[in-house]
Design a protein around this ligand. Structure first.
Ligand SMILES: NC(=O)c1ccc[n+]([C@@H]2O[C@H](COP(=O)([O-])OP(=O)(O)OC[C@H]3O[C@@H](n4cnc5c(N)ncnc54)[C@H](O)[C@@H]3O)[C@@H](O)[C@H]2O)c1
Length: 362
């Protein structure tokens, strides 16, 4: 099969759909891979790296797009809609429930669109979302520690403290993938750490992981209120799949935090769980409101494209190979991949997206 790898066009998006190692696996399986020139530059992969593994470098976006299977990272932008066509398989993050315009266009163009974020295993795990949650969780502490620095607007707290001075306090709302990874890093830095989750089973699991090193609390407003007031760094990491994140921290509680404390709301892509949090970008990641530093970048892994591209590829490659080998027939023998199907043959397929746009069902 012919597989195309276009260069990402979204602002500050440096990841690429296939790393040279993944491209090599496809070439070795007998497929022809067409990579747009410079597609891997932002992630640290040169055209020469791709040439050496047997791919063809093409100079125009259309030459990468005009293939049976197109593998990307982010959803197509308006300037790319012209490249979508009937018979083509598009495999990428789509987040259609938040993008009616793109949903309509995908239905109209006749392509088959499979979304990374809805590929789902029988135990309901989302294998192509998890690697990005791991990265975002780890980054939340890295960024939080940086923005606690005085020069960045923070209150000048070193998370790990020093002998004789108390370490900083990290409060994490939601102990799923993001929250657990955030806690790992915060513990490693020597901070005091609390995780608040609503799922008792999850809290029990976290106890086996962290023992008494992390304080594990059940989520209700009294616990949240007491913890947040004392937080130097608050990390938002809750998720109710398919829904907007619940607002767990109202403005009145943000006003009670110590000036210069930092909020990193990783759940911003689902609306955020802190009332005062607005979406920010890698170019302008923070703003100060109620004397608190707010960080709300929805594509945090884009900050570490070398790591993120490889982590994403480790999970996507088995599915990419199946699609290249069998085309859409791959979905018949792979229920997890079939759950990823959002649009096919001029029809909206995914039930959750259908629920959001019932008028687009035909
Ligand atoms: N900003 C980014 O770049 C980025 C990257 C990856 C993931 N995310 C987002 O981070 C969020 C978390 O993702 P995840 O993979 O950790 O999800 P997850 O499902 O693994 O974990 C979510 C946790 O939130 C808990 N929760 C739900 N309601 C709660 C409540 N009221 N109080 C306390 N806890 C509650 C759940 O029990 C669960 O343990 C999602 O919105 C995800 O889309 C953002």
């Amino acid at each position: 099969m012919e597989v195309g790898i276009p260069k990402e066009t979204k602002d500050q998006e440096f990841r690429v759909g296939l790393s040279p190692n993944s491209a090599r696996a496809l070439c070795e399986a007998g497929h022809h891979v067409f990579v747009e020139t410079g597609a891997g530059n932002g992630a640290g992969f040169t055209d020469e790296d791709y040439r050496q593994v047997g791919t063809q470098i093409v100079t125009q976006a259309a030459e990468a797009w005009n293939r049976e299977l197109v593998v990307k990272v982010k959803e197509p932008l308006k300037s790319e809609y012209q490249f979508l066509e009937k018979g083509q398989i598009l495999f990428t993050y789509l987040h259609l429930a938040a993008n009616r315009f793109l949903t309509e266009h995908l239905i109209d163009c006749g392509a088959s669109a499979i979304a990374y974020e809805t590929v789902e295993l029988p135990d309901h795990k989302l294998p192509l979302l998890t690697p990005m949650s791991i990265i975002a969780g780890r980054l939340s502490i890295q960024f939080g520690a940086r923005f606690l620095e005085r020069q960045q607007g923070g209150r000048g707290v070193l998370l790990g403290g020093v002998p004789g001075v108390r370490p900083g306090c990290v409060v994490i709302l939601g102990g799923g993938v993001v929250g657990t990874e955030a806690a790992q890093i915060a513990v490693g830095m020597g901070a005091r750490v609390q995780i608040i989750d609503i799922n008792v089973e999850r809290l029990t699991y976290l106890e086996t992981l962290f023992g008494s090193r992390v304080e594990l609390l059940y989520s209700n407003f009294a616990q949240i209120e007491a913890a947040v007031k004392d937080a130097d760094l608050l990390v938002g990491a809750v998720l109710i799949p398919g829904y907007r994140a619940p607002i767990l921290v109202p403005r009145s509680l943000v006003q009670q935090m110590r000036p210069g404390s930092v909020i990193v709301d990783v759940a911003v892509d689902q609306g955020g769980c802190v009332e005062t949090l607005r979406t920010t970008s890698h170019s302008h990641p923070i703003y100060i409101e109620e004397d608190i530093v707010h960080y709300g970048v929805p594509n945090m892994p884009g900050a570490v494209p070398w790591t993120a591209t490889q982590a994403l590829n480790n999970s996507t490659l088995p599915y990419v190979l199946k699609l290249a080998n069998q085309g859409m027939k791959a979905l018949d023998s792979n229920p997890a991949l079939a759950k990823g199907l959002n649009v096919q043959n001029y029809q909206l397929i995914h039930p959750a997206v259908q629920e959001v746009f019932p008028d687009l069902i035909s």
